[in-house]
Design a protein around this ligand. Sequence first.
Ligand code: APR
Ligand code: PHB
Length: 394
Amino acid sequence: MKTKVVIIGAGPSGLLLGQLLHKKGIDNIILERVSPDYVLGRIRAGILEQGFAKLLREAGAGERMDEEGEIHGGVEIAINGERSRLDFKKLTNGKSVIVYGQTELTRDLMEARDRSNQISYYEASNVKPHNVVGERPYVSFEHQGQKHKIQCDYIAGCDGFHGVSRKTIPEECKTEYDRVYPGGWLGVLSETPPVNPELVYIRHERGFALCSMRSQTRSRYYIQVGEDEAVENWSDGKFWQELKRRLPDDLAAKLVTGPSIEKSIAPMRSFVVEPMQYGKLFLLGDAAHIVPPTGAKGLNTAAGDVYTLYSILDQVYNEGNEDIISRYSEICLRRVWAGERFSWWMSNLLHKFEGVSDFEEKVHSSELEYYLATELGQKIIAEQYVGLAYDEIE
Ligand code: APR
Ligand code: PHB
């Protein structure tokens, strides 16, 4: 087999890249380790920056997001019971975010791919990139008991944090920056109306909490739990009780509870690998960087990588400009570190972590209050939350 770009991984990064390349006439093949249902079973954040929404439309998969996604013009932050609203429209010249679940947009991208003539192999095992620094890269894999080999020009590693792509880069050619936070997010999805029409991020002495949603009938709530906490220790009743204790009084009084549809614990980690490119292999999304979920930057940072690689490959194939290839990592990393910094900052200021002294807790609380009390401070949070612009690729 032969194609221009082999994409490893059919998460949001791989699927979005595949469709955008296809729209520019650049053939690609996607290799995914698990089944489509397994991919769709992962529950993750659902806050889309405008840049992401634009890419999804460009990929021909934005229709349902535009019909069913909710536009949010603001978000709230509560410190020890006191709520402040960040009015995005006012603070960021009319910008907003879209609330649309990652499961839904992954499904939309899968359907768009089915409508195109591009090939995907699900349940592909032993996927392995070869010759990535040579002239003739190829990818080997097994599918339904048969061995295959795909010759290609470039390989896009969109295979998440545990994938094979990053591991292909020799240790001496990469540097990894890593920070694990002492805690996780216990999340519950339930068929109940959200307690507030907009998201509420909560700093509380018992630990962080977040009120989010998928729609006005489906809620997503999180509470910060300890590092080694097991989901089995949390009955629905215990979860709702703890959430209520952390909510500002007026919200606690309004909270509608119900059975959980999904309950899981997400770890909190910051991670970046540099460079994000090795010969003809490019890393995108979680394969190259992870953020803690505070601020919902995971998917949106991945979208920046997809935009960069797709714009570069468009110039390579459609304008004959090959020089730009070597700039992929440098262009991506600027925006990646901005997302890392924002997620790290939000996480530190909103959580209560073991090992942080009472003095530091007081300073965090004061810092947040300072930002929320001034329009300048609010602007700084709001412009990062709605998303920084993508770099022009030229
Ligand atoms: N071979 C083929 N596919 C693989 C392999 C492998 N060796 N290893 C992993 N995969 C697949 C996974 O099964 C998964 O479907 O790669 C895909 C990676 O998808 P994600 O982990 O969702 O990563 P990405 O697409 O970069 O996600 C973008 O959205 O919600 C966020 O946390 C997510 O921040 C991330 C962003
Ligand atoms: C979510 O709705 O799952 C969500 C929203 C905002 C975040 C993280 C997760 O910062």
